[in-house]
Design a protein around this ligand. Structure first.
Ligand code: GLN
Length: 502
């Protein structure tokens, strides 16, 4: 199949999107499965204190998304998206297998494999979605919304199943108690294998998309690279594993790492900007504006893993529309649950609006993303008005999650989409990597915000925690709304940089 034939599809979605949808779904199953197990495993099996475990968790999250930049860069220059995806997937399988074999002994080794593996997998599969569309195809955002539903389907299943098996809440009569965690990590390996098999079988439909630079059939016209360059990437990755292992287990390194990787990538981007035309440079600059704003978005959004989980545990009842549910379970999976249903619908809404020439442009979508995020945090603030002796309503909390999810859907899939539109051909992977690197900073910022809200009040009563946390959420809501308004105000300027891209 040629690129033309792929991009000339009829209907709402290109059929190749399903191959990427499922590979990414299984990868996210593995990733969120692992992420869900991290803290609980460290505390219950490795005897870490809460604080230590949370710091380790934060460090791992930051590293995972930081390596997407490197994964994207190597994909552009040497491996191509397909080989990067395979290499990343393979590392994730090895990581999960190490953890399945002996999670107690090799915990950080296994995690390091997964960290680097995700860096090679995650940005590059997203970039390939972009190639399914012609540059001016208005169905692209809808495609990314659908893809985002796949992400969250995997996140929901993995996030729930792995930890439930590990803790012995699921299949406890079948799995011997001593092997529960091995099986849970093993499940992550199995689903990652399914992801790669799915990709291997369906990649023939992708035509030239994702082939290695220098391949005569590849989209970019480049000289073939020497074989050793590819092997050097593989070797370098392996050399990095023990280094990551040390950096993840000693969290002060995370700080140094975060202080340096961002500025370095910016310098590198500026260097690459000198090599492109002025029109392309403006587009890259617009992409950078979206990337920088997204740091703030994720910083606020990612309270879900930190302060919101403490809030859920301390201050929420367990009644959701008459059902008895664990508030932490709702906090962990409510967002993903809403997305699975809403993402395809919102995708169709974009297509419907665009047919009527009413579709908001990307800057406005981003602005709306922030405004919904802010409104969601105001709803979190409002939970305090429904409290009796410090315990408040899970219903109102869930409503907040719903509002926040609308914000996420206006920003996160659209961010992926706009990266593929604004990046030049040979910087696609790197820019997608930068988009996720912003998430790494978001995670990092989220940890700092959450810690500041929490530390002052460790022994506080429920009523006091409710007041402190909801005060914090009101602040965050205000920041989000300000950011949204700023984006909408500067939108003419950003759109100038974007030129014909919407
Ligand atoms: N939840 C989404 C995913 O896992 C977005 C993550 C992010 O960009 N921070 O892909």
């Amino acid at each position: 199949m040629t690129l033309e034939q792929i991009q000339d599809f009829k209907g709402k979605y290109p059929k190749q999107i399903w191959s990427l949808f499922f590979s990414e779904m299984w990868e996210r199953f593995c990733f969120y499965g692992m992420r869900g197990m991290l803290v609980i495993f460290m505390i219950s099996q490795l005897d870490f204190h809460d604080r230590e475990a949370n710091l380790q968790y934060g460090a791992t999250q930051a590293f995972v998304y930081a390596f997407t930049f490197i994964g994207g860069l190597f994909a552009d220059k040497i491996l191509g998206f397909r080989k990067s995806l395979f290499w990343g997937g393979l590392l994730m399988i090895v990581g999960s297998m190490i953890l399945a074999a002996d999670p107690h002994q090799f915990f950080f080794l296994g995690i390091s494999f997964t960290v680097i593996g995700t860096g090679f997998f995650k940005p590059n599969i997203s970039t390939m979605v972009g190639y399914l569309y012609k540059p001016n195809d208005t169905r692209r955002d809808a495609g990314f919304s659908l893809f985002y539903a796949g992400i969250n389907l995997g996140a929901l299943l993995g996030g729930y199943l792995c930890v439930a098996i590990g803790k012995g809440e699921l299949l406890e009569s079948v799995i011997p108690a001593a092997l529960r965690w091995n099986v849970a990590f093993g499940l992550a390996a199995v689903v990652m294998l399914i992801s790669l098999i799915n990709f291997a079988i369906t990649k023939k439909n992708l035509g030239p998309i994702g082939l290695q630079p220098g391949d005569p059939r590849a989209l970019e016209d480049k000289k073939p690279l020497p074989r050793w360059a590819e092997y050097a990437v593989y070797a370098l990755t392996l050399v990095f594993i023990p280094i990551i292992q040390i950096m993840v287990s000693e969290t002060q390194y995370t700080d140094y790492f975060m202080y340096s990787i961002g500025p370095l990538t910016l310098l590198y981007l500026f260097y690459e900007m000198t090599k492109v035309t002025s029109a392309e440079r403006k587009k890259l600059f617009a992409a950078l504006i979206f990337i920088l704003f997204s740091i703030l978005f994720w910083g606020i959004y990612e309270q879900s893993g930190g302060s919101l989980s403490i809030f859920a545990a301390k201050n929420l009842d367990n009644n959701l529309l008459g059902l008895t549910l664990d508030p932490n379970g709702v906090n962990n999976s409510g967002g993903a649950f809403f997305i699975i249903f809403l993402a395809p619908l919102i995708g169709l809404l974009w297509i419907w609006l665009s047919k009527r020439k009413l579709e908001p442009n990307t800057v406005i979508k981003f602005g709306l993303g922030f405004i919904f995020l802010g409104l969601g945090y105001y709803v979190l603030f409002a939970t305090r008005f429904f409290a009796t002796s410090g315990i408040t309503s899970l219903n109102i909390f869930t409503l907040a999650l719903l509002v926040i999810t609308f914000g996420e859907l206006a920003l996160s899939p659209i961010g992926l989409s706009i990266m593929t539109k604004l990046s030049t051909k040979n910087l696609q992977g790197m820019m997608m990597g930068m988009w996720f690197l912003a998430s790494a900073y978001g995670q990092y910022v989220a940890g700092i915000i959450g810690a500041n809200m929490a530390t002052a009040h460790e022994d506080a009563s429920r009523v006091q925690t409710l007041i402190t946390y909801t005060d914090g959420y009101k602040q965050l809501g205000l920041y989000a709304i300000i950011a949204g308004v700023v984006l909408i105000v500067i939108s003419p300027l950003v759109r100038k940089l974007m030129q014909e891209v919407r």
